[in-house]
Ligand binder design. Structure first.
Ligand SMILES: [Zn+2]
Length: 93
């Protein structure tokens, strides 16, 4: 799967994520949660992508979770990507 342009590259080494590096973890309140592992530097990011009419907002957090752990987190509702997203939205005001 592909990520929108601002988060299509690894923030650490700027290499472009390739399709298999990126996995959809889940959806929350209409936000797509994705996990990406860089194939060059092997650092992992989690992204929340919000799509609304005419714009895409995204926020990324560094994670040391592997994708299967991230999925487990999402199911367990323990990870606070919602809060990260909320904080991000607050900061933009
Ligand atoms: Zn990288």
């Amino acid at each position: 799967m592909r990520l929108p342009e601002p988060i299509a590259r690894c923030p650490f080494c700027t290499s472009l994520y390739s399709g298999p590096d990126v996995r959809a973890v889940g959806k929350k309140h209409g936000n797509q949660i994705s996990h990406a592992t860089c194939s060059q530097c092997f650092r992992a990011m989690m992204f929340a992508v919000e799509r609304r009419a005419g714009h895409v907002a995204c926020v990324g957090v560094l994670t040391d979770c592997a994708v299967d752990e991230a999925m487990r987190f999402e199911k367990g509702q323990k990870i606070s990507l919602d809060e990260v997203l909320k904080a991000h939205v607050e900061l933009r005001k």
